[in-house]
Structure formats: structure tokens, C-alpha cells
Design a binder for this molecule. Structure first.
Ligand code: 5AD
Ligand code: SF4
Length: 479
């Protein structure tokens, strides 16, 4: 089919061509079936994957499929995988086992896999040999090609596996189907150069490459025009935006503080968030831009991973407990009420009780509003996987429980500081448990439930933060 002279060589035109071709094909099949063919996408993992799934759904809709919430009834099933911890892999294989049974009864069902796990050669081997009911496989560097890969599969009815080893230049300007109309993620950079010794991300998402400010601003403007109020700038390490990656076709020459300032000053950007920040790269310049721009949300996710200098060194984090705490002080001095959240790993190889106590100490001093706690997971191919002094499971479990206890006690106590205050709240959805309530978020990313009509979803209103209930609030609209 690639010999066809009608197929454009340039992207994204080529993908739009395949979306049109797929649309004809799906229409024909839908006519035969007497109903529109459906798709279901399941997303695992982080914000990056969630955002990728919005792009994948956009392409599937442009191909003529209709979304269904039921995976077992869908004509096309796509799993966007994560591989940050080992149990994600185990769960995927379990999931594929269930799909196999379903497909036995519905042989026309097409099953596709993508995302970070697909970048691991041993996973591809397993799928090739043991999971023959998987029809289409692609990785993190070619999600934009979904329509082309699907077309190839539907025309030839032969398995399509295409996983690239590096970034071939991200293709943008493709359709997206966003979960929320009023908030959207915008990728500013891809990949990670940090090589923390426990982490598989640099191996599955490749080297850092930044998008140009023009591309980013064009996307931001289009989003604002379509009614988006809140924008989340996305990258594995947003603070190194515009620094590396020139050699692999990425943009260099503008810093993250300069970029975020430009986005914040764009008319119509009501709220701006960013994710994720590496503490070693968070500059005073960025703190100053946050301080002087009210629409940049008062929340920074600042993964600490460990409070012990020995462990941080073995993790290759390139900061110390002292420099992290000093950074937190500078942030808090500039923006006193800011909400800080973090990620912590327990049981990194060689972690002693003393190291762990240093982690508890950091939690106590920083007073995080929320901390995501993880048990260290050995990832094949990372340097830490070959470290010999792996910590005993029972010891890890004990530390994990103690950490969780501390994190929750502190977070619940800190949460109370908003009680009695009136906050600007962006209404996000109907309350999932109770009729008549809606759920929204403050600039600090605090969730609040209050009585209001669902017609307010997407608007910002003033809410009295009446009562802190652990991690969330019950409130009352006051404007
Ligand atoms: N084991 C446990 N947690 C991990 N993370 C990354 N790699 C691992 C691993 N091998 C955690 C880190 C990171 C978050 C996204 O996942 O805390 O910040
Ligand atoms: Fe992984 Fe470290 Fe890169 Fe974060 S900064 S993605 S933890 S290697």
C-alpha cells in the first residue's frame, strides 16, 4: 500500500490520509454490522500516558469509531501501558488473558497495545510468542501513526508490530478527544535525561526533546479558543525545557521560566499548572515567575524520593537533603501558602533505618499536602536492579506503613489551613457519590465538594471551604 502515489509523504498529512481511508473502511464495516464500530481505550500510569490517550482517542474518532465504556463489547480495544513498576507488567499479562477468552467468542475483536511497556524488548518477545491474540503493537515514539498502523492491519489482517527505538520527531497537530472540555494537557517536552538509577523512563521514553515555543503557543491559543480554562504543561522534567535535545531535532534556547511566563500572559489562560519538576533544576527564576503570576496555580509537585543523602546519591538524584529543604524554604518564602506534593520510594537497595528516618524527617519538615508513596520495584535494565543489598520485604512493609501514617497525619493537619477561607474553585464534574453536589479544585489542587448545578462545570466560582475531611473539603458557594 505504501507504493500508492496518493499517500502523502509529509506528516501530519499522511496520517490525515490514513484517517480518511480508515473512515471509509469503518463505515463499510459498520454498515455490514448494522451499528457503528466501537473502541475502548484503557490507560495506565501517569499524566503523559493520559494525555497520549486523548490523542489516540482523537485519531480513533477520526477513523470513524465510536467510544464505548465497555471493553468486552468493543470492536477495537487498546491498552496504553505503563511500566514504571513491576506489578504493572504482571497485571497487563493478566488483562491479556481475560481478553483472550473474550476474543474467543468474538473473533472480530481487534486488540492493540501501546505505551511504555512496549518499549521493552522482553515484552515484545512475550507478546510475539505467547499472546498471539494481540493484533497491533506500537510504542511511545509512534503513537501518531495509529491510523496508518490500523489501516495496514485491517487491509492485510496480519499482525502489525512497530516499535521504534528513538524519537523520530514528534508529530503534532493531530486530533484529540479530551476528557474534560475546560482543561487540557500540553506536552512541552518528551523524554528524560536524568537516569535516576531506579527508573525505567529514560529507556522507554528516550532522550529529552523540547517542542518549539511557537508550536506550544499555537496549541495553547487553539485550546483557549475552544473554551479551555486550565492548561497543564507536561513533561517528564519540565524544568529542563529548552536545554537539551538540539542534537536530536528538539528545540533549544528558551528556558522553562521564560516559557511558562509567556503561556501565563496569554489572554484567556485562567489557570496554569505544570508537571513534573525535578528539584535539581527548579530555579529561583521559576519561583519568581510563579510569585508574580496569579494564574499559575499554587501547587508544585516536587518528588523527593528519599531524605537520605546516601540514598539520594545512589539514586543519582543530584541534590541533597539540605539543598532540597533550602529549595522548599525559598519557594515557601516567595509563595507562603503554596501546596507541595511529592513522590517517595521506600526500600531502595541499601536503605538503612537511619536513611529511612531521614525521609520521615523531610516529610515532617516540608509538611506535604500529599505524598505518593511507592515500594521500590526492581526494573530490569536499570542500574539499581544490579545493586546487591536489596532490602528485606518485611522491613520495607514496616517502613512503608510508618511512612504512610506520617504522610497522612501531616497532610490531614495541613489541609485544615484552608478552613473558613473563600477560594476560587474551578468546577470539574458532578459529584460521583451524591446527587446535587459538584466537585471542583482550588488553585492549590485541593478537592472540594459543594451543592451546585452541573451546568456550572467549567466555570470558576467562589467557595467557602467549610470543613476539611482528610484529603478533601466540603464547601459552600458564596458568590
Ligand atoms: N520503584 C518504585 N517507584 C518508582 N518510581 C519510579 N521508578 C520506580 C521504581 N523502580 C516512582 C518515583 C517517581 C514516580 C513517578 O514513580 O517516585 O517519581
Ligand atoms: Fe525517572 Fe528520574 Fe527521569 Fe523522573 S527524573 S522520569 S524519576 S529518571
Amino acid at each position: 500500500m505504501d507504493n500508492n502515489l496518493l499517500v502523502p509523504e509529509q506528516e501530519p498529512d499522511r496520517q490525515y490520509y490514513y484517517m480518511d481511508e480508515m473512515k471509509k473502511l469503518v463505515l463499510e464495516k459498520s454498515r455490514e454490522a448494522g451499528r457503528t464500530l466501537t473502541y475502548n481505550v484503557t490507560t495506565f500510569g501517569c499524566q503523559m500516558n493520559a494525555h497520549d490517550s486523548e490523542k489516540l482517542k482523537g485519531i480513533l474518532e477520526a477513523c470513524g469509531f465510536e467510544e464505548t465504556g465497555e471493553e468486552d463489547g468493543a470492536d477495537f480495544v487498546l491498552l496504553n501501558t505503563c511500566t514504571i513498576r513491576e506489578n504493572a507488567n504482571t497485571r497487563l499479562y493478566g488483562h491479556l488473558g481475560q481478553l483472550k477468552a473474550i476474543k474467543r467468542g468474538r473473533p472480530d475483536m481487534v486488540i492493540a497495545l501501546c505505551g511504555c511497556m512496549m518499549q521493552e524488548p522482553h515484552v515484545i518477545e512475550a507478546i510475539k510468542n505467547k499472546y498471539r491474540h494481540v493484533d497491533v503493537v506500537f510504542g511511545t515514539f509512534n503513537i501518531y501513526k495509529l491510523a496508518e498502523l490500523l489501516y495496514k492491519y485491517y487491509v492485510n489482517r496480519e499482525r502489525v508490530i512497530e516499535v521504534l527505538e528513538t524519537h523520530a520527531g514528534a508529530v503534532e497537530a493531530l486530533p484529540q478527544k479530551r476528557k474534560f472540555g475546560f482543561k487540557a494537557g500540553v506536552n512541552i517536552m518528551y523524554g528524560c535525561n536524568n537516569f535516576c538509577t531506579y527508573c525505567i523512563v529514560p529507556y522507554v521514553r528516550g532522550r529529552e526533546t523540547s517542542r518549539t515555543p511557537e508550536e506550544i503557543m499555537n496549541e495553547v491559543r487553539l485550546l483557549v479558543k475552544s473554551g479551555v480554562k486550565e492548561i497543564m504543561l507536561l513533561g517528564q522534567n519540565v524544568n529542563s525545557y529548552g536545554i537539551a535535545g538540539g542534537d536530536i531535532g528538539g528545540f533549544t534556547g528558551m528556558s522553562f521560566p521564560e516559557l511558562i511566563k509567556m503561556v501565563a500572559e496569554e489572554p484567556g489562560v485562567e489557570r496554569l499548572r505544570f508537571m513534573t519538576s525535578h528539584p535539581k533544576d527548579l530555579s529561583d527564576e521559576l519561583i519568581e515567575v510563579i510569585r508574580t503570576h496569579e494564574n499559575i496555580c499554587r501547587h508544585i509537585h516536587l518528588p523527593v524520593q528519599s531524605g537520605s543523602n546516601d540514598v539520594l546519591k545512589k539514586m543519582n538524584r543530584r541534590y541533597t537533603k539540605e539543598s532540597y529543604l533550602a529549595l522548599v524554604d525559598r519557594i515557601r518564602k516567595a509563595v507562603p501558602d503554596i501546596s507541595l506534593t511529592t513522590d517517595i520510594i521506600v526500600g531502595f537497595p541499601g536503605e538503612t533505618e537511619e536513611d529511612f528516618l531521614d525521609t520521615l524527617d523531610v516529610v515532617e519538615r516540608v509538611k506535604y499536602d500529599q505524598a505518593f508513596t511507592f515500594i521500590y520495584s526492581k526494573r530490569t535494565g536499570t542500574p539499581a536492579a544490579s545493586y546487591e543489598d536489596q532490602v528485606d520485604e518485611a522491613v520495607i512493609k514496616d517502613r512503608f506503613d510508618r511512612l504512610l501514617d506520617k504522610v497522612n497525619t501531616i497532610a490531614h493537619r495541613e489541609m485544615k489551613r484552608f478552613e473558613g477561607r473563600v477560594c476560587d474553585v474551578l468546577v470539574e464534574e458532578k459529584n460521583r457519590q451524591e446527587e446535587g453536589l459538584v466537585t471542583g479544585r482550588t488553585s492549590e489542587n485541593v478537592t472540594v465538594h459543594f451543592k451546585e448545578e452541573a451546568s456550572l462545570i467549567g466555570s470558576t466560582v467562589k467557595v467557602l471551604m467549610k470543613e476539611a475531611k482528610g484529603f478533601y473539603y466540603m464547601g459552600e458557594r458564596v458568590d
